[in-house]
Design a protein around this ligand. Structure first.
Ligand SMILES: [Zn+2]
Length: 415
């Protein structure tokens, strides 16, 4: 004898110690890469993003804090797991595997230590679709689930087996976008709208790229055009009855002086001068294969020091440098930012809003920069939007919300 399944209002899943109510209508979670809240404000103010304006007025607009380091992978993984990197393990795009004595990309799902909310729903029977701009996130986000899961970057190489869908280029009616273009993100939204119309997934996760945000400040014509485009597609998803919940992986700031010159602290050179060449190993977790728009320069670094190094004295000297916001030991950084202690160095350095951290000048190719440097990684890029097309209920006003609360807010608090 089989009993009838419970009604959706009683169904839920739990993931990493948090409980999530089942979707009462399709839920689209959007992670807009590098979306400083002012991008939305400026686009709405300019009158070019009417649906975003409607979300602000008739839905709910709040601010939240992202995870530090304010980089793409740690935050996307926090959003889809609902927990800090200390739990899910992804604390950068790139890290130094001390056991293997190797600097490696943290793209492989083997580095992910927690199950995702997406997999929780998919494995409980929900129809799930995940679309990313760059392929680097796809395997992490798609870990442990049977669902539609693909990147715009490789939308021409899909298989039913690996991606749960084929024929996306034909469905979307757009050519394969270049990896360095606004089109890559537009493809994510366009595919999301077509897939919602055709397959009606109960849960959709859309994650864009910050190509525009690295080049264009809030309110500029190119930035407004991007948010106008996004507003149109989100309006389409809204018209199909979806709940839309938007946040960002991190903000974005100019990292230049008044003359537009990048303000770079070359820390490998600094440690080499203090300790001798190559004694310390500076790791920049912003590093990824797509360097053209930021030259691997962000506002967060960690360093592995020789055993006899005087951590306290070095920290004190670092704090004297211009542009330094915080210098923390491994234990302090792990506690303050919720990071996995075994995947960060002996010391963590965060730079101020207008500064980035590099290793040595020869190791950063800035030739791809065709606009003054804008980047992220630090505490100054921690504030991100939390924007919903529905009113939220039972949300404490005095609580510090995080971008990784977005599934909780959308599923447990949307009215
Ligand atoms: Zn990002």
């Amino acid at each position: 004898m089989t009993s009838a399944p419970p009604p959706d209002s009683d169904r839920s899943i739990s993931a990493n110690g948090r409980r999530y109510r089942w979707m009462d209508r399709p839920l689209v979670i959007v992670c807009v890469d590098g979306c400083e809240p002012d991008y939305i404000n400026q686009a709405v103010h300019a009158g070019v993003a009417p649906f975003l304006a409607k979300m602000c007025e008739a839905g709910t607009s709040m601010l939240g804090d992202c995870v530090v380091p304010s980089f793409t992978n740690p935050n996307n993984l926090s959003i889809v797991t609902g927990v800090l990197p200390a739990v899910h393990g992804i604390c950068g795009n790139y890290f130094y595997d001390r056991e293997a004595d190797e600097e490696v990309m943290m793209n492989d799902a083997k580095y992910l230590r927690a199950d995702t909310i997406l997999a929780g729903f998919a494995n409980a029977g929900a129809k799930v679709a995940v679309i990313t701009a760059k392929d680097k996130l796809r395997t992490l986000l798609g870990k442990g689930m049977k669902a539609i899961c693909f990147s715009a970057e490789k939308a021409d190489q899909l298989s039913e087996e690996g991606n749960g869908i084929t024929g996306v280029l034909e469905l979307v009616g757009k050519p394969l976008p270049s990896v360095y273009s606004a089109d890559l993100s537009e493809f994510v939204f366009a595919a999301g709208a077509k897939i919602m119309a055709k397959h009606r997934p109960e849960l959709m996760y859309l994650s864009t790229t910050d190509y525009i945000q690295h080049k264009h400040a809030p309110g500029t014509p190119s930035a407004n055009a991007f948010y106008a485009m996004m507003s149109r597609y989100l309006g389409e998803l809204d018209a199909m009855g979806a709940t839309i919940a938007l946040t960002a992986d991190h903000g974005m700031n100019a990292k230049t002086d008044a003359a537009g010159r990048p303000q770079i602290l070359f820390l490998q050179d600094w440690f080499d001068a203090q300790l001798g060449a190559g004694k310390a190993r500076v790791i920049l977790p912003v590093t990824d294969p797509y360097v053209a728009h930021h030259g691997s320069l962000g506002s967060f670094a960690t360093a592995y020091l020789p055993e006899d190094a005087d951590l306290a004295a070095l920290s004190e000297r670092l704090r004297q440098l211009p542009g330094i916001e915080a210098v923390l030991s491994r234990a302090e950084a792990a506690a303050r930012f919720g990071l996995p202690g075994d995947r960060i160095g002996d010391i963590v350095i965060v730079s101020e809003r207008l500064y980035v951290i590099g290793t040595s000048p020869s190791r950063h190719d800035l030739s791809g920069l065709d606009a003054p440097l804008r980047s992220h990684g630090g505490l100054s890029e921690q504030t991100v939007p939390l924007l919903f097309n529905r009113r939220l209920e039972g949300v404490a006003a005095d609580r510090r919300w995080r971008n990784f609360d977005i599934f909780d807010l959308a599923l447990n608090h949307a009215g």
